[in-house]
Design a protein around this ligand. Structure first.
Ligand code: GTP
Length: 528
């Protein structure tokens, strides 16, 4: 189709307002995918995503649609929904000229809607308001329209009423995409500039890069150059997403597609980077590229020390697919060998941990997440806990948070060490404000006393600043015999109990002679 008949758009919505359901209906109605092909929701195709019901990685699909006997090509670019991934949202929006703003007509405007609408406005997108779920008895599309006008200042006189579930209003949406969203500008003659809005690692083909051509054209076999990473590769295969990969020979400005070029790691072709030609290079890259910066750090240790090499391999593999994941080896006398890992945020951290455990069969202990401190020692050597949870609960979920690094601030902090059985346990140490050290020390030792199972010997648990003990608890000794409750010889019952006990043990880390459960490492986050 001519460039005047291309439309690039995305859908922005708060979690659960029906983005995936609407995307599916658009794909079905345009005949892009058949109902039977559909694994429920096509665009979210990672298991973990489906389970958690959130979109993590973005993807794209090309649809063909005929309006008044004119053929159009509509590219839907998916956006991830969580604050940890707001940089990726901003890059996927930058690849579009318009956005559908989907709002649940029984709920109204919510936090994530706002954050993403502002990103869309910054990117000068044409925004089409869509009021979804009008089939619900509680739906109030007119009230919600007024809210959108008041809160966002967006004209809702042409807002579309729809039910993605019942398939109502879908044709109106397709028509609005064509009539209201502008086509891309024709700059096919300029040097190539293509914006990467997603990439993933394929074990057979290497990294597959999803891009939108902003200027110029790209042909199969071209030698391409990634302007931020400085790497160059030969484009072995280029194609479109229909929504499965379909190879083509050439793509022009305004089009959306993929490249496979035997790229070894997603770090070579990161989201936000600009692709140009190796020989005829663009003068400047497209705006908005950011280095991935880890905001939240934690230690990851295998429960079974023998799994250390497997953990390293698994992290290396995940990193091929996740340029924002950082890690370096860490060891401590208490925990043995593991890794200190950096993440975009807490959700990103949880996802990585779950993938390591599920896809790589590792059993891991994670230490309490923390942010970076720069410490000046007095002897001359040279997000912060639960803020997000508090923000969400105090604002009943309406507040949203975005963060950028603004620099370091000075504070009077002390390092609070925890000694278990006389041994310092590094991963339990925290940095706290000096005025709060005693209270935190007391609360933490009490909490640990609840969490650590009683041992066969008396166990002291102490909080210290330097060599000074500021709080102390002790756990009395017991002998834990799970079989004592079984009289006589029902062997299957005995086996069951032993198995249960073994499972209960799984997430325990042996520190010296003491088995410390996973919860203990998170205790500092759960203090009242
Ligand atoms: P994330 O992927 O988490 O961002 O969610 P989403 O916005 O993609 O929402 P999804 O499409 O998964 O829909 C959320 C829930 O709303 C599902 O249970 C859908 O079946 C339901 N739903 C979606 N559209 C409609 C609708 O028009 N009417 C009704 N009654 N339910 C709907």
């Amino acid at each position: 189709v001519p460039i005047a008949n291309i439309r690039n758009f995305c859908i922005i919505a708060h979690i659960d307002h029906g983005k995936s359901t609407l995307a599916d209906k658009l794909l079905q109605l345009t005949g892009t995918i058949q109902k039977r092909e559909m694994k429920e929701q096509f665009l979210d195709n990672m298991d973990l995503e489906r389970e958690r019901g959130i979109t993590i990685k973005l993807q794209a699909a090309r649809m063909r649609y005929v309006l008044e006997s004119e053929p159009y090509c509509l590219n839907l670019i998916d956006t991830p929904g969580h604050v940890d991934f707001s940089y990726e949202v901003s890059r996927s929006l930058a690849a579009c000229e318009g956005a559908l703003l989907v709002v649940d007509a029984s709920q109204g405007v919510e936090a994530q809607t706002l954050a993403n609408v502002y990103l869309a406005l910054e990117n000068n997108l044409e925004i089409i308001p869509v009021l979804n779920k009008i089939d619900l008895p509680g739906a109030e599309p007119d009230r919600v329209s007024r809210d959108i006008e008041e809160i966002i200042g967006l004209d809702c006189s042409d807002a579309i009423h729809c039910s993605a579930k019942e398939g109502i209003g879908i044709t109106d949406i397709l028509n609005a995409i064509i009539t209201r969203i502008p086509p891309p500008k024709d700059t096919a003659g300029s040097p190539l500039r293509a914006l990467i809005f997603d990439s993933y690692y394929d074990p057979y083909k290497g990294v597959i890069v999803y891009f939108r051509i902003v200027d110029g054209t790209i042909k199969k076999g071209d030698r391409i150059y990634f302007m931020a990473s400085g790497k160059d590769y030969v484009a072995d295969e280029i194609g479109v997403l229909s929504p499965n990969q379909l190879p083509v020979n050439e793509l022009y400005s305004g089009e959306v597609g993929y490249i496979s070029a035997s790229i070894r790691s997603v770090a070579d072709a990161r989201v936000g980077d600009t692709i140009t030609h190796f020989r005829r290079r663009a003068e400047s890259s497209l705006p908005g590229y950011e280095e991935a910066r880890s905001m939240v750090f934690c230690g990851l240790f295998p429960v079974d020390a023998d799994q250390f090499p497997e953990l390293r391999d698994a992290l290396e593999k995940l990193q091929l697919n996740d340029a924002a994941l950082k890690f370096e080896p860490e060891s401590s006398s208490a925990m043995g060998f593991g890794f200190r890992c950096g993440f975009l945020g807490l959700l990103h951290m949880e996802i990585v941990q779950e993938r390591l455990e599920r896809e790589y069969n590792l059993t891991l202990i994670t230490t309490a997440p923390s942010v970076v401190y720069r410490v000046n020692c007095i002897n001359g050597d040279t997000m912060v806990g639960d803020f997000f949870d508090q923000l969400k609960s105090r604002s009943k979920g309406y507040a949203s948070m975005e963060y950028t690094f603004v620099g370091y601030r000075e504070s009077e902090l002390v390092k609070l060490d925890i000694h278990i059985n006389g041994e310092p346990v590094e991963p339990l140490a925290t940095i706290v404000h000096k005025d709060k050290a005693y209270a935190v020390g007391r609360a933490l030792t009490q909490k640990l006393k609840e969490l650590i199972p009683r041992q066969m010997f008396k166990l002291p648990i102490q909080a210290c600043i330097g060599s000074k003990v500021i709080a102390s608890e002790s756990l009395s000794a017991i002998r834990k015999d799970v079989l004592s409750k079984c009289y006589g010889g029902d062997i299957t019952r005995k086996k069951k109990l032993l198995k249960k006990q073994a499972e209960g043990k799984k997430r325990m880390k042996a520190i010296g002679k003491v088995e410390v459960p996973q919860e203990a490492f998170m205790a500092v986050l759960r203090l009242e």
